[in-house]
Ligand binder design. Structure first.
Ligand code: SPQ
Length: 432
């Protein structure tokens, strides 16, 4: 899929499922590979990013197979001491989660591994994980530039000492890298987070029965303790659902139900922000399976109003800010998003790319150093959009195209495969 063409819709009346949660799928593979025995993952997200994680573990000697086409994934876990060194370079493709979490696991191995990824990954800052992992005793080299370090990384691990580390940025990837390295350290590793980022690693460590303790803002993991395999059921990804939630709100005469979506409180910021904007978003039939809450989400076309988004909620909506910006173009008043500088170091500089592409469609949007200001409501017009190789930009602009006048073309839309295979199929389904 090179270009994606989107035309405006008059209404949406549909019920859909979105694919499995990306963050949970990565972690299920990682902990499944480190557990003892066979872990089966239902609802695994077979997107390019998560398949890159699978390939990394296969190269490290772990047997992983799809039980049937599109069915569960089975992992023959090797235990904490079972990974094998490889001369092959591990390739994470476009996946920052694979790169940073694998760095934590590789830091704990008594061998040297090289790990890299695509052009975008090679521009994303790695010092945030390299610094604590070096403090634990791993030796890590990479391309050094302006006080930061970039992939390819060469990681020589083993013999880790525990540390107590206060996170300088709210980042689930950094916290997870340290907790995973902590599984291999001699003693108790403590991570302190002031502003909570998504907690899937903590939940999954607990679910596997690994040694995690949570005390206030401190997360404690004791190294060297093996844990057993589990069966895991992955809910739909709320970050993927967010695109269709906004579609159902901004396309007139719509009612859209999204079934079995992950409702982890550290990912629910999108629902809070949409509620503040006056959106009709309803959550139904909540249950908890495999340690993660999930339920159905129903949205109806709504008159949106502006809001201010900043502070503690930012890590809980970090991947949804591009689609929140699209919703804000249809809201009455001036929406402000601040304190989101982290967006500049994602797959693209998402502050720049959201602003430039929404401007092409006629939005009144201004770039800030750490966010953006959007004045609404504005009539959007179809345009030729660049994705900058960033899945979330491609999908956000495709949803904007559903209310724009004329046709919208998203160039380089293949990147959508990194997190949401089947996105174009769902757009087609809701267009009928
Ligand atoms: O994996 P990657 O490329 O970093 O993916 C993104 C995304 O948009 O899908 C970010 F670009 O999500 C991150 C997210 O922003 C996934 C993630 C995780 O699974 O731990 C955590 C978030 O990043 P952070 O800044 O909290 O470490």
């Amino acid at each position: 899929m090179d270009s994606l063409f989107v035309s405006p819709l008059k209404k949406i009346k549909a019920e859909i499922h979105v694919p499995g949660d990306k963050s949970i799928s990565h972690r299920a593979v990682m902990l499944g590979a480190l557990a003892k025995g066979e872990t089966v993952i239902n609802g695994f997200l077979a997107s390019a990013d998560c398949l890159a994680t699978v390939e990394c573990f296969r190269k490290l000697g772990v047997e992983i197979e799809r039980l049937k086409d599109g069915g569960p994934l089975a992992i023959k876990g090797k235990g904490l001491k079972g990974l094998k060194g490889t001369k092959e370079v591990l390739n994470v493709g476009n996946s920052g989660t694979t790169m940073r979490l694998m760095a934590g696991i590789l830091a704990g191995q008594p061998f040297t591994t090289k790990i890299t990824g695509d052009e975008s990954i090679q521009k994303r800052p790695m010092m945030r994980v390299v610094k604590p992992l070096r403090e634990m005793g791993a030796s890590i080299d990479g391309r050094q530039e302006n006080d930061n370090i970039y992939a390819p990384l060469k990681i020589s691990g083993g013999n880790l000492a525990p540390i107590e580390y206060e996170l300088p940025v709210a980042s689930a990837q950094v916290k997870s890298a340290i907790l995973l390295a902590g599984l291999f350290a001699k003693g108790e590793t403590v991570v302190i987070e002031k502003n909570q980022a998504r907690d899937h690693t903590e939940r999954m460590l607990e679910y596997f029965g690994a040694s995690l303790k949570v005390t206030g803002s401190g997360l404690r993991v004791t190294g060297g303790k093996d844990f057993d395999s589990k069966e895991i059921d992955v809910p739909g990804d709320i970050s993927s659902a967010a695109f269709f939630m906004v579609a159902g709100l901004i396309v007139p005469n719509s009612e859209l139900t999204i079934r079995n979506v992950g409702l982890n409180p550290t990912r629910m910021g999108i629902i809070e922000v949409l509620h503040r904007m006056g959106a009709e978003v309803e959550v139904r039939d909540e249950t908890i399976i495999s340690g993660e809450p999930r339920g159905d989400i129903v949205v109806r076309s709504s008159e949106l109003r502006s809001t201010v988004v900043q502070g503690e909620i930012i890590p809980k909506i970090i991947d949804e800010i591009p689609i929140i910006a699209v919703a804000a173009t249809q809201a009455q008043g001036v929406t402000e998003i601040r304190g989101a500088r982290e967006l500049r170091v994602k797959e693209s500089d998402r502050i720049k790319t959201v602003c430039s592409e929404l401007k092409k469609m006629g939005a009144k949007i201004e770039e800030l150093e750490d966010g953006m200001i959007i004045e609404g409501p504005t009539k959007l017009i179809g345009a030729k959009i660049k994705s900058y190789g960033d899945h979330r930009i491609a999908m956000s602009m495709a949803i904007a195209g559903l209310i724009a006048e004329g046709e919208t073309t998203i160039d380089d839309a293949a990147c959508i495969e990194t997190s949401f295979p089947g996105f174009a199929g769902i757009v087609k389904k809701i267009s009928q």
